[in-house]
Design a protein around this ligand. Structure first.
Ligand code: GH3
Ligand code: MG
Length: 538
């Protein structure tokens, strides 16, 4: 490559880093928008992200980004708050500057790579290690899976960064900083900055009980002893990051008192949940369908009907069987409470309620409900939706597409020569490949797309609001990236490809659509594998 080309390539590479940071700013802003700008920690996080964007933009001489990040920074610094809310005129300035940033990012992704804008940006993972080279190798691998990892070489910088932007997880050398167990001390300092703990994954050359105990005591969730297999490490990170508050609980609140429901809503929103409030019990069915709550809070006594009657109505619908119902009432007669619980409720909170208690109860119920639901609808190896649930989601999306007149694609994907992988490297390595593809898909698709494991080494993807050509480009990009991924098997590495079939929805049933995708997949296999085919009527 000529020096000129080399320079061009480097420039493009760096431009991408600035754009990625700009997306992080937009994500953080969006999260605040959704929660009403009440969380000061997130506002600090936004400020940190904007400062970082400014620094990167200056370093890589991206004039548009320099000016815009400065505008957002100034607007944020000058903003004044009244009763916990940003003054409307200050908020308007922040929004205006952010909108400008969105337009720049949009323009860049239009000119670079359309599919790039679909990559789901997550909060960062911090990598604190004494071994820069090994860390970089793993960070590179993590980027393949859509994780944004940042390297830190000393405790001071790590703590400073954690203050500005709380990471989703930290991978930490037990002896980070060079002293015996100094990583554990750094982890404790970071944890002290935040109310909720950050999952820590320790790496250590020593596996003795004293080190392991010290790690567990400081909130260490995982412990990697000696050599670190990047695949295993990424799998663990994935586990901790999907269970994080990244996905806020969706809580439906029904209380006929506007003041009471507002109070509950504020308490829940402040602890990072998404709420939908109704004051009229007769609206419950519509709210259940539209909002799809994970938890329901019901007032016990309302005009027209009681919470217990409503709980029975809710429980009569199969799909709502496992959604926790929590009653809220001034009733402190334990017998009456028990009777209410026997009619389909899961918990009872007595008014006046302490916001902390409310939030803790909802968090506990939500976590448990999610893990129970996961057992029912997810495949245990990959964590993707199982066959039955994938078909259910396809049906749901078909009816939405029909109703809203939007486009929809259904994708079937099958690993090439998978039997050979099992035969050559063994079944456990085959399983690891399945998991890595599952993670890869999860990271690269939008949150609104549905990914399922259809059977052995076959996957299904539902892409709502997506045109055929866009689906093809997207899957081709994923196919290309995945085929370059190095799959470790002991001391050697190998590469894996997959074939894909896409069916574009045109009014048929879920069954017919999946048959079409299957035919297209068959064509891909027969035309030499490692390719994507769109179904066409022959
Ligand atoms: P093609 O390119 O035509 O798709 O060939 P293939 O070898 O991928 O397809 P084939 O249907 O011949 O073999 C699929 C293999 O996948 C056979 C089965 O043992 C293996 N398999 C199915 N489920 C699992 C699993 O959960 N784990 C592992 N390791 N292997 C599995
Ligand atoms: Mg196969």
């Amino acid at each position: 490559m000529s020096p000129e080309n080399q320079k061009e390539k480097l420039k493009r590479h760096f431009a991408k880093r600035v754009t990625t940071q700009a997306r992080i700013v937009l994500d953080t802003w969006q999260r605040l928008e959704e929660h009403g700008w009440l969380n000061t920690e997130w506002i600090l996080e936004l400020q940190g992200a904007v400062q970082k964007l400014h620094k990167l933009a200056e370093r890589f001489e991206q004039k548009n980004y320099i000016a815009t990040s400065k505008a957002i920074h100034t607007a944020l610094c000058n903003a004044k708050f009244k009763n916990g809310q940003m003054r409307p005129k200050d908020k308007a300035l922040v929004d205006e500057a952010t909108e400008l940033l969105r337009r720049i990012v949009q323009r860049k992704s239009d000119t670079n790579d359309r599919t790039d804008s679909r990559v789901y940006i997550r909060t960062p993972i911090y990598f604190a290690s004494n071994d820069t080279k090994a860390a970089e190798r793993i960070i590179n691998q993590m980027e393949f899976f859509g994780f944004r990892a940042e390297f830190y070489g000393n405790a001071e910088e790590l703590i400073h960064a954690s203050k500005l932007c709380k990471p989703e997880a930290i991978v930490m050398d037990v002896h980070f900083g060079g002293q015996t167990l100094s990583g554990i001390k750094a982890a404790q300092d970071v944890q002290a900055l935040h109310d909720t703990p950050i999952p820590i994954i320790y790496l250590s050359e020593d596996g003795d009980i004293a080190t392991r105990l010290a790690a567990v005591r400081s909130g260490g969730e995982e412990f990697f002893h000696q050599t670190v297999d990047p695949g295993q490490l990424i799998e663990k990170i994935e586990q901790y990051t999907t269970a994080s508050p990244q996905e806020p609980y969706r809580v439906l609140v029904l209380d006929d008192s506007k003041a009471q429901s507002k109070f509950i809503e504020n308490a829940l929103v402040r602890s990072g949940m998404i709420t939908h409030v109704i004051n009229d019990p007769m609206e419950i069915l519509i709210a259940l369908d539209d909002f799809l709550p994970e938890i329901i809070i019901l007032d016990m006594y309302m005009p027209g009907c009681t919470g217990m009657e409503l709980a029975k109505v809710i429980r009569q619908q199969d799909r709502l069987h496992s959604v926790p119902i929590i009653y809220l009432s001034a009733e402190d007669d334990v017998n009456k409470q028990l009777h209410a619980m026997s009619l389909g409720g899961d918990d009872f909170l007595t008014k006046p309620i302490d916001p902390k208690h409310l939030s803790a109860t909802i968090h506990n119920r939500g976590r448990r409900a999610r893990s129970l639901l996961a057992l029912m609808i997810r495949d245990s190896l990959t964590g993707l939706y199982n066959h039955t649930h994938s078909l259910y989601l396809l049906e749901t999306e078909i009816s939405k597409a029909k109703q809203k007149q939007t486009s929809l694609c259904f994708v079937m994907l099958d690993i090439d020569y998978f039997k050979r992988i099992n035969d050559t490297y063994g079944h456990p390595i085959g399983d690891r490949v399945l998991k890595s593809l599952a993670m890869f898909l999860k990271q690269r698709l939008r949150k609104t797309d549905h990914i399922g494991r259809y059977g052995g080494e076959e996957f299904a993807i539902v892409l709502p609001s997506t045109q055929g050509e866009d689906a093809r480009n997207l899957l081709n990009e994923i196919r290309d990236h995945f085929s370059n991924l190095k799959q470790p098997a002991g001391d050697i590495e190998f590469q894996v490809t997959f074939s894909c079939g896409i069916a574009i929805y045109s009014g048929e049933s879920a069954q017919e659509l999946s048959e079409k995708a299957d035919k297209a997949l068959y064509n891909s296999k027969h035309s030499g594998r490692n390719q994507v085919t769109i179904y066409r009527q022959s």
